[in-house]
Design a protein. Structure first.
Length: 56
């Protein structure tokens, strides 16, 4: 199961720089997780100031 970033994302980049697999990139106003590369580690959720990454 992968994480998905909700519309709460403020595109601060915290999750992008902390992702150990590099599967998060900047999207159109919000960060986007490549579900095929996500290892469900939860690092993105732990560093997000608005709790946008959520487990699917």
């Amino acid at each position: 199961m992968a994480y998905k970033i909700s519309d709460e994302c403020i595109n601060c980049g915290a999750c992008i720089s902390e992702c150990p697999t590099g599967c998060i990139s900047e999207g159109d106003g919000v960060a986007v997780i490549n579900a095929d590369e996500c290892v469900d580690c939860g690092t993105c959720a732990s560093v997000c100031p608005v709790e946008a990454p959520q487990a699917e």
